[in-house]
Design a protein around this ligand. Structure first.
Ligand SMILES: [Zn+2]
Length: 392
């Protein structure tokens, strides 16, 4: 018996234990203990017994004390039932079944994983392996049961579960990550959304220009206004412009190319945000190529459309933009304007819908950080659990 029994028991927080030994070293603390003898009911015949059969020592990891690895050596008792001859283990309240860690250590690790720390670091800090840490997610369940009023769908490059892109569902209104799907293909989405009975509740379906999303939205969300997120349709124009810029720049001699330092960021910047000296630089670049000049104009005119104050002026500005594109005869922009035209109905909805994929984009950036820190991201379910855990 230890003289400071009372305090140590308080420290451990376990009731009804008998402390038998305490060992400390420079980096660890070990407690040996057993439980008080109690009358148990035999699990087989339900008769009472308090006859001890034997002991087995089980090592259990616990939350570290003063930065030292903490081990509990639990002298686990087996009772003997003389009525039916069965031997059985006593009951305890601090250890989940088949677990080598205390409940509070599990809770602690799960709470630590709410942060974007790497799983390896968290595991190391708690003296367990990363795979054990990740396995603890089986105690938490993140599955979506109800659909929101505003549903945003997007993808990110997760490279998990053998697929390049994973699909992320969020509720931009309440800023919540709802679920992660292992792919963004039609059959995956279809199987997923089919099981929800409250699909008619969804009022807005915010997405990018990915055909399967459109098919899903039109098939399953009849009550929803389908909206293409602004960032995603602007990107189409940026891409068209970039293809032209790169092509044109390649044509220049080394001598002239020096005018094109920082050309990408300067030319892509909205002209109304350019500073005085930047305007001069842009003008020099634009005088080098008529094609580039036209592309620049088309890009700027598209932003006029994006800036439209309301749906009516948006419609008008978009029509005007189509006209400009036709008159310029740039193949890249003609292709781009056909795409915009095909998605026009849902693009225009963005002028009346107050929700964007902005929240989702933010989440996707955090996911990138998680991926960098992540152990076990190849396993889709583990990766998903981790994302859901950190984001919600
Ligand atoms: Zn029995």
């Amino acid at each position: 018996m230890l003289c400071n029994d009372y305090y140590i028991k308080k420290l451990l927080g376990f009731k009804g234990i008998i402390l038998e030994q305490l060992d400390t070293s420079s980096d660890s603390i070990s407690f040996s203990f057993s439980l008080e003898i109690k009358t148990h009911n035999c699990p087989r015949c339900h008769q009472q017994t308090n006859k001890v059969h034997d002991y087995r020592i089980q090592m259990i990891k616990d939350i570290s004390i003063s930065g030292k690895k903490t081990y509990l050596y639990y002298k686990k008792r087996r009772y003997h039932c003389k009525h039916c001859n069965k031997n059985f283990y006593e009951k305890n309240h601090f250890l989940p079944r088949y677990q080598r860690m205390t409940s509070r250590l599990i809770q602690y690790i799960i709470s630590r994983m709410k942060n974007i720390y790497s799983v390896s670091d968290i595991a190391k800090e708690n003296n367990i392996s990363p795979s054990t840490a990740l396995r603890l997610f089986r105690y938490i369940n993140y599955s979506l049961t109800k659909l929101p009023e505003v549903l945003s769908i997007d993808e990110f490059k997760g490279n998990a579960g053998g697929k390049k892109y994973q699909c992320i569902l969020t509720d931009p209104k309440n800023k919540k990550v709802l679920d992660i799907l292992y792919g963004r293909e039609q059959y995956i989405l279809s199987e997923y959304f089919n099981k929800f009975e409250d699909r008619n509740k969804v009022k807005y379906f915010v997405m990018d220009m990915w055909q399967p999303y459109k098919d899903i939205a039109e098939t399953y969300f009849k009550n929803a206004t389908i909206v293409i997120d602004k960032f995603h349709f602007i990107r189409q124009v940026t891409w068209a412009f970039e293809r032209i810029r790169k092509d044109e720049q390649k044509k220049f001699s080394k001598y002239r190319r020096r005018y094109f330092k920082r050309s990408r960021s300067l030319l892509l910047k909205r002209s109304k945000y350019l500073k005085k000296d930047e305007i001069d630089e842009v003008n020099i670049m634009l005088t080098t190529s008529t094609k580039l000049q036209q592309a620049y104009l088309l890009k700027e005119k598209f932003y006029d459309f994006v800036d439209s104050k309301d749906l009516e002026s948006a419609k008008k500005n978009l029509k005007a933009w189509y006209m400009y594109v036709m008159s310029c005869e740039l193949e890249e922009f003609e292709k781009c304007s056909r795409t915009i035209f095909n998605w026009q109905k849902y693009i225009l909805n963005s002028f009346t819908c107050p929700y964007t994929n902005g929240y989702t984009e933010g989440v996707n950036n955090k996911i990138k950080v998680l991926k960098r820190n992540a152990y076990g991201v190849r396993n889709f379910h583990r990766f998903k659990n981790r994302i859901m855990h950190v984001m919600n």
